[in-house]
Design a protein around this ligand. Structure first.
Ligand SMILES: NC(=O)c1ccc[n+]([C@@H]2O[C@H](COP(=O)([O-])OP(=O)(O)OC[C@H]3O[C@@H](n4cnc5c(N)ncnc54)[C@H](O)[C@@H]3O)[C@@H](O)[C@H]2O)c1
Length: 338
């Protein structure tokens, strides 16, 4: 670790942090957490999927509208920061499939700008990566140092995973020049403020449908599993990655180890909704085209995160789903629904 960067925070103190993509789902919860911990926060977001309504009106928060691919904007936003949480990305299968070029461009060129600025500022970078990088690997539970088994470039879905994997490589290449960096691979984080339009999260999609009284559409036979982590649990560990000296130079899996099938998830949401709702099964090809590939299972090994980041997910799925559904209902009413 370099002496000037994370040292002030290793004792639990606060400073100034940049959160790229801070108006988005996870980013805005992270901003809330940083403000509670006494940090000054700068958000850089292009508002392509983020919303101003996600952010509080707070004297220690400055919001900049800008693109992470714009080096000058990133340099300006990171002035005086000792930590950069890099969350800006094109998120959601539907968006990725619709625009792989933007997905790759934001991930690769945006991350390069962030790493350049961080190196110049001697700031630690906490990079939001994804369980998608494990691709079609069947080496369960996924190890942070395990193989990444990505599908072919002819399948658009893999644009996101490939770009995020390259982001991780970029971060490690910059470390060789003296950068401090941490990679976090998020596994299906969910909670209030996750938007449903881009199919970023199945929980958000199900809760929005339940709030509107629409059928819950399960892709495929619904036997595929995911591990769902409530956003506050993800955010606590994300914060630790910035302030914990031993986190530096590591890759962490952040997710629960409770596997849930998408079919079970739909049933949970229906039970919580307390209204008659149809669960409908739709072939993947019908939604995403004929060459779509979907990993059947995802299960993280989280021991490293438990040891170094004190990662202990505390929110039971049912409770997290209830909170998310309550939020989705409030959004539905705000949008004029009944
Ligand atoms: N939610 C999950 O389960 C999950 C899983 C794995 C990885 N991640 C990663 O976590 C991060 C946050 O995801 P999220 O779920 O909060 O999604 P989100 O879409 O809510 O957040 C992404 C934010 O980035 C902003 N953004 C997009 N392109 C930008 C650009 N060029 N310049 C500036 N801002 C830009 C968006 O407006 C949005 O506010 C992403 O990097 C994502 O890949 C999330």
């Amino acid at each position: 670790m370099s002496a000037s960067a994370a040292a002030p925070h290793s004792q639990g103190g606060s400073g100034r942090a940049l959160v790229t993509g801070g108006a988005g789902f996870i980013g805005s919860h992270l901003v809330d957490h940083l403000l509670t911990e006494g940090w000054e926060v700068v958000v850089l977001d292009d508002f392509s999927s983020g919303r101003l309504a996600n952010l509080p009106d707070h004297p220690s928060l400055r919001v900049m509208v800008g693109d992470v691919r714009d080096g000058a904007a990133v340099r300006q936003a990171s002035a005086g920061c000792s930590v950069i949480f890099h969350l800006a990305a094109v998120v959601g299968v539907r968006r990725v499939v619709a625009d792989p070029l933007r997905t790759i461009g934001v991930a690769v060129h945006g991350t390069e700008q962030v790493l350049d600025a961080a190196l110049a500022r001697r700031a630690r970078v906490v990079l939001a990566s994804t369980s998608e990088v494990y691709g079609l690997s069947d080496a369960l539970p996924f190890q942070p140092d395990g193989l990444l088994v990505l599908g072919p470039p002819t399948v658009r879905r893999w644009a996101y995973a490939l770009a995020k994997a390259l982001d991780e490589q970029l971060l490690f290449a910059y470390r060789e020049r003296g950068l401090e960096g941490v990679v976090l691979r998020y596994f299906n984080t969910y909670g209030p403020r996750q938007e449903s339009a881009g199919y970023a999260g199945v929980v958000a999609v199900f809760c929005a449908a339940a709030a509107a009284g629409r059928p819950l559409l399960v892709h495929g036979d619904g036997r595929q599993t995911r591990c769902f982590c409530y956003v506050e649990d993800t955010v606590r560990a994300t914060y630790r990655a910035a302030v914990e000296p031993a986190a530096e130079g590591n890759v962490f899996n952040l997710g629960t180890t409770e596997e849930v099938t998408i079919r079970e998830l739909a049933q949970e949401v229906v039970a919580l909704a307390e209204r008659p709702l149809e669960v409908r099964f739709v072939p993947f090809a019908e939604v995403f085209g004929p060459d779509f590939q979907d990993p059947p299972r995802r299960l993280p090994d989280t021991r490293r995160a438990e040891e170094v980041l004190a990662f202990r997910p505390q929110t039971p799925l049912r409770e997290g789903l209830a909170r998310t559904l309550a939020w989705a209902r409030a959004q539905h009413v705000l949008a004029g629904g009944s």
